[in-house]
Each structure stands twice: as C-alpha cells, then as structure tokens.
Design a binder for this molecule. Structure first.
Ligand code: NAP
Length: 485
C-alpha cells in the first residue's frame, strides 16, 4: 500500500530495530528552507547512543555476514521496490527539508533505488581468486569478506542518494551500518529506517543516529568495532575524520568537495554546451559537489556562449520546490546565501561584471537570483573556493593548454566538463584534466553503473560501478598446505 509522506517522518533514532529518543530527550529542530516552518524534531544524540548503535550493528553482523549473497540480493531488490513504490512521498519529504524542486527530488529518490538494485546484483559477483601456487603441495586462495560494521556520514545536499551509495554496497557485501545523516535534512536519512523495516531486513543491520556531529563522528571513528568510515561532505571535515580514523586504522572512503571547471572550445556546439551548462550549474541551486564552479570559454565563442547562457539563466523559475514549474528552490540556509554574496562581492571588486542576477531574490528568505558573472579571473576567490550556489563565473581563454592549466589549478579534482567537436582535442584534454569524473559534451554524467569519486583533495575511493563495493570488502590470502600432492 502506498504510504503518505508523514509515514516517513520519524522523530527518533533507529537502533537495533527500535525507534528511540536521545537519552537526554534533547532534540534538533528541522525547518523547511522554503518558508522557515518547523517540519519536526530529531534526537540530539551523542557518543552513548552511537555506541549503542554500533553494538547493535556488531551483533547483527555475526548473522548478516553469514547470509548468502543471493539472500541479501533478494532483500535489496525488495528495498528497491519499497523505495520506488513510495517515490512520491519520499520525494516530497526530501523537498520539504532540503528545498530542491520536486522533480529533482523524485530523480534523487529514483537514483537511490537504482543504487540499491545495482548493488543487489554486484553483491552476487564478489569473486575471489585461485592463484597458481609456487609450491606443488599448497594451494593459494584469495577471498573477499565484508569488513564489518561501517560508519556512514552524509551531507544535506543529496540526503537520500548519498546514503544509498553507501548502504547499497555495504549491505550487499554483508556489512552492517551505523548512519549519521546531516542535521539539516535528517528525515530523508531516517526514512531509510522505515524502508529497511518494510523490506524485511533483520534488526540492527541498519542503524541511524542523529545529533551532535562531532560526538557521533568521534565515536564512529574511535570505536574499534567500526571497521570503515565512509563520508560524503566537505574536504575540511573529511580531513578531520581521516585523522581520527587513523587512531584505529580504519578503512576510509571520502567523497569531498569539488571545484568543477567547464571548458567550452571554439569548435563546440554552443547550444549543446549551454544546455549542459544549465544542468551542470543550476541543478539543486548550484549546491552539488559536481556543480560547475568555473566556466572557461575560448575567446572566439565567448560572446555567443555568454549571451545564450544569460538568456537561459533568466528563464529559470525560482520558487518553493513543491510548486509546479519551479527550476530552482531556496538555498539551504542563510549562511549559504551570505557565502554566495561574499564571493560575488569579491568577484566584482576584482573586475567581474554581473550579467544577470547577483542578489537575493525578491521572494526573500534564502532564495537567490540565478547569476552570471563575466570577466572572471584567477585572482578571484571563486578560482579556488566552492561557490555552492547559483552563480556562473565565466573566464575567457585563448589556448587549449592554458585552459587545461587553469582548470587544474585547484586542490580539488572531482568533476570537470568540456565541449569540443575535435576528436584529437577531446582525448588530449580528457587526458590532461586531473579529475575523477570527466563529462565530454555532457553536463550530467552520474549513473549507478560508473565509479564516482574524486582525485586530489576531492577524496578517496569510488561509489557506484563495480568498484563501489570493493571498499566494503577485506581481501584475505589463504594458503592451504600439507596437501600431499
Ligand atoms: P559538511 O559540513 O562536511 O557536513 C557533512 C556531514 O558531516 C554532515 O552529516 C555533518 O553533520 C557531518 N559533520 C560535520 N562536522 C563533523 C564532525 N566534526 N565529525 C563528524 N561529522 C561531522 O558538508 P555539508 O555542508 O553538509 O555538504 C556540502 C559539502 O559536501 C560540499 O563540500 C560538497 O562538495 C560535498 N559533497 C561531496 C560529494 C561527493 O560525492 N564528493 C557529494 C555531495 C556533497 P551536521 O549536519 O550535523 O553538521
């Protein structure tokens, strides 16, 4: 039976299959960024509740790891179906707490289900090796085993799919999990508790704790029972977690910040480039790790590209995500708006010109006008800092090498995009860009089948693809001797 949105709003932690409050009874308020209204509250938990969740996950691990891959695949397929049956309700919940347009929220929920389905199948293909032995009477086996309890910490910008990319492979591999969703969007995370319950997962296989990020993070990183930390969020917190996880030598995978360049060469199809630019920039109001942060456009095509991009940007409909026909919702909070304002002020003080937008939207709150800034240059803060808002700074370049050099002049290395119709250039530039994800003549490339992950300070490890399950597995070498052969 289809469930209403309210069915998925749980104001409690999910530990060992039970819905429980924080010991202190303290809570965190969750507000709708489109109108500031209170949606509900979630527990403000700390180390004690997290330790309990880890204990529950450890107990569940003993039996979960012994289930067959086929059994886990069946449960994951059921989980996929429960998500898709409730796609509308889950999308509405996501828009309520995160702000993105409903169509984007539906897309995200669909993506979550797709990750679960993908790993339902990948879990059945976790192969080991039999290695030719240098000894006549011994045999060498290499086996793969689930790492154990994993700790998953996720951000507010994709509160459903970022968890799916972690829970999907973890559960398929035979791991159990303690998840900590972002405090601004915890309901889409807690909804996974309802979903796994309804799909029939055993108690304790998935546990979800909300509350103090530093306390929960400290327990997850320092507790010996947790064998892996998987984090999506800012590079700053990622580095901190890596340091803390070193105290117990855990595996870590990190999906961190980005600073995506978008290169448009003179030979590109301008209309296609603008279409890609709109998705790569303004999706989720520019609040994605793979959002274009810097446009580099070759001089001969510059004016035409700017004109068309400005035109398309002015057509974006800004409003509450639940309203029909809205392309861009509010930013997550006032801090995000202030950061965008600061970066725009910095850019204009260093020679940039606002071609459209540039200020808070007339709707008030945290709505912001979709913005284009021309005449961008490397002295501006946007050259290195993530904007995380609907602002397109456009740099002009002359030579291909110069563009690649500018694109790589950042400590980040997550996504990049470029547009050209020259095949030789496509290979040269693709090979020259130091990024984990490259879109050639495409502005949106994330898909469950492909390994998603950054280079340099954008992270470690991959999510999605056949590679995405590796991080949840330990490799064991077994030497069987005395065979008398
Ligand atoms: P964030 O501030 O790093 O927060 C992410 C998560 O970490 C939240 O759950 C947060 O909890 C938690 N956290 C904060 N401080 C912590 C601590 N000391 N110990 C443990 N956990 C802690 O990032 P955000 O602002 O939510 O997300 C935006 C960032 O994520 C951007 O940099 C973006 O590029 C990146 N991102 C990367 C990817 C990718 O795949 N590479 C995908 C999406 C987003 P609270 O909410 O309770 O503070």
């Amino acid at each position: 039976m289809l469930k209403k949105t309210s069915h998925f709003i749980r104001e409690a932690n999910f530990i060992g299959g039970a819905w429980v409050e924080a010991d202190s009874g303290a809570t965190i308020s969750v507000n709708n960024p489109a109108n500031g209204q209170l949606i509900g509250t979630v527990p403000k938990s700390g180390r004690v509740e997290t330790r309990r969740a880890i204990q529950a996950a450890e107990e569940a691990f003993h039996s979960w790891k012994r289930t067959s891959a086929d059994h886990r695949a069946k449960l994951l397929r059921r989980l996929h179906d429960v998500i898709m049956d409730n796609q509308d309700a889950l999308a509405e919940l996501l828009t309520l707490e995160q702000g993105k347009p409903l169509a984007e929220a539906k897309g995200e929920v669909g993506m979550s289900a797709a990750y679960v389905l993908w790993y339902a199948e990948e879990g059945r293909r976790v192969y080991g090796d039999i290695v030719p032995s240098p000894w006549a009477d011994r045999r060498i086996l290499v086996t793969k085993e689930p790492v154990g309890v994993i700790g998953a910490i996720t951000p507010w910008n994709f509160p459903s799919s970022m968890l799916a990319r972690k829970l999907g492979p973890a559960l398929a591999a035979g791991c159990t999990a303690v998840a900590k969703p972002a405090s601004q969007t915890p309901f889409s995370g807690l909804a996974w508790g309802v979903l796994v319950e309804e799909a029939g997962f055993p108690e304790g296989v998935v546990n979800i704790v909300t509350g103090s990020a530093s306390e929960i993070g400290d327990e997850l990183t320092e507790n010996h029972l947790v064998r892996k930390i998987t984090f999506t969020g800012s590079t700053e917190i990622g580095k901190l977690l890596m340091q803390k996880a070193s105290s117990t030598v855990k595996k870590v995978s990190m999906e961190l910040g980005g600073n995506a360049p978008f290169l448009v060469f003179d030979d590109a199809d301008v209309d296609r480039a603008v279409e890609g630019a709109m998705i790569a920039k303004y999706r989720n109001a520019g609040q994605t790790c793979v959002c274009t942060n810097r446009f580099f456009v070759q001089e001969k095509i510059y004016d035409r590209f700017v004109e068309k991009l400005v035109d398309a940007t002015q057509k974006l409909n800004v409003g509450p995500g639940l309203e029909e026909g809205v392309h861009q919702g509010p930013l997550i909070d006032d801090g995000a708006v202030r950061k965008v304002e600061e970066l725009i002020a910095d850019a204009t003080s260093k020679g940039g010109t606002i071609a459209t937008g540039g200020k808070r939207h007339a709707l008030g709150g945290t709505f912001f006008e979709p913005t284009v800034i021309t005449g961008a240059n490397p002295q501006m803060r946007i050259m290195e800092e993530e904007i995380f808002g609907p602002v397109s700074p456009i740099f002009k370049f002359r030579e291909e090498e110069e563009a690649v050099e500018l694109a790589n002049a950042t400590s980040f290395g997550l996504a990049c995009y470029f547009y050209t119709n020259d095949l030789g250039r496509a290979f040269r530039v693709m090979e020259g860009l130091k990024y984990g994800l490259v879109g050639v003549n495409e502005g949106i490339i994330t898909t469950v089948e492909a390994p998603f992950g950054g280079l340099k300070e954008s992270g470690l490890g991959k999510e999605g693809g056949r590679q995405g399950i590796e991080d949840y597995l330990d490799t064991k070498y077994v030497c069987i001797g005395g065979l008398g052969l």
